[in-house]
Design a binder for this molecule. Structure first.
Ligand SMILES: Nc1nc2c(c(=O)[nH]1)N[C@H]1C(S)=C(S)[C@@H](COP(=O)(O)O)O[C@H]1N2
Ligand SMILES: [Mo]
Length: 327
């Protein structure tokens, strides 16, 4: 059992407040004027992160996966994030906007008998269950940098398979130019940052990318992390991992994958297009409208919530793989 100390919010410098959450809270405040009861009830979510004792409960229910580490992605220039820190500091707005509480709320996600529908402009549309995916596509482990648009970062060992294998299996037609991912959504389970009814946010969570980006070697579907199946808060049983893009591009708990001919509408881009671009490649030279992206807080090398400042790298350090996509 590890003891994790989350500094009270008054100990955090201003720049460490969580901007995606802040956006939600601001929005909740504005929209909440129309429904003051809901807004009032939700306000205690803000700034109540004190001390928290962590134990293996955060990764309970996962099953170990036998995998080999892909030598091309065997290490980065910094240590792995502590598993229990990663498992207790999550963005998954379907389960609230308090990062340290998502792992408990996400226990409600029903992941048995999961189905992923692959549809749209493909020659072989198919609905996969999890066994189909893991039997058909050999699993491998990859250690990737992870960079949230909020300027914190981690290093995570994912288990999964390259997205390109799925592309080959469903054979997109010549008309397919983009892909869109849709996350699980059921307002009875995924009540989101507002208490229901939640009519203001464009759920279900959707994300997307160009087809040639999806075919890039780095683009990855994760079914596991740290050598076992994904805990629910990380987006079980299947989530996207795109390490050269900001973390919000990696949709969690995917139920649908659609191949389309036009750039699809996506969750964050719909909410605030100037802040959350469709492309959203990590770039230290392009500030978010409300904060700089030149530095990041690398989180969790210790078994507690702590960070070290690091310079942000263009494409999150993956330029040799992806820069040619944007030439
Ligand atoms: N469905 C869904 N996917 C999501 C999110 C979300 O709120 N809902 N948050 C995104 C954001 S902002 C980040 S930083 C990562 C966080 O992944 P992690 O909690 O596994 O570290 O998930 C991304 N995928
Ligand atoms: Mo994020």
């Amino acid at each position: 059992m590890a003891l994790i100390r989350i500094p009270p919010s008054w100990q955090l410098p201003e720049r460490t407040v969580t901007p995606e959450s802040a956006f939600f809270n601001r929005r909740r405040f504005l929209k909440g004027l129309a429904g003051a009861g809901i807004a009032g009830a939700a306000l205690p979510l803000i700034g109540c992160q004190k001390q928290k004792v962590l134990d293996q409960a955060a990764i309970a229910g996962t099953q170990s996966l036998a995998v080999t580490l892909n030598p091309a992605f065997a290490q980065v220039d910094r240590p792995l994030t502590n598993e229990l820190v990663a498992a207790t500091y999550n963005n998954f707005y379907e389960f609230g906007s308090t990062k340290t509480a998502v792992w408990q709320n996400a226990r409600a996600l029903p992941i048995d008998d999961w189905k992923v529908e692959v549809t749209g402009l493909v020659s072989k549309p198919q609905t996969f269950d999890l066994d189909d995916l893991t039997r058909r596509f050999p699993l491998e482990e990859r250690i990737y940098r992870f960079r949230c648009v909020e300027a914190w970062s981690m290093v995570i060992p994912w288990v999964g398979f390259p997205m390109n294998l799925l592309i080959q299996a469903v054979e997109p037609t010549a008309a397919a130019k983009f892909v869109r991912f849709t996350s699980y959504y059921n307002p009875k389970v995924t009540y989101g940052p507002l208490f229901p009814p939640n009519q203001f946010l464009p759920f279900p969570y959707t994300e997307g990318m160009r087809l040639d980006e999806m075919a890039n070697e780095l683009a990855f579907f994760a079914v596991g992390v740290y050598g076992h199946t994904l805990p629910k808060q990380h987006g079980a049983p299947l989530r996207a991992v795109l390490p050269w893009k900001y973390g919000f591009k990696g949709a969690k708990s995917i139920v649908k994958i659609e191949f389309v001919d036009r750039q699809p509408a996506t969750f964050w881009n719909t909410l605030s297009p100037s802040e959350y671009k469709f492309e959203s490649n990590v770039d230290p030279a392009v500030p978010h409208p409300r904060w700089s992206q030149s530095q990041e807080r690398f989180v969790g090398a210790e078994a507690e919530f702590s960070w070290t400042e690091k310079p942000t790298l263009k494409y999150n350090g993956y330029g040799e793989y992806v820069a040619s996509l944007y030439a």
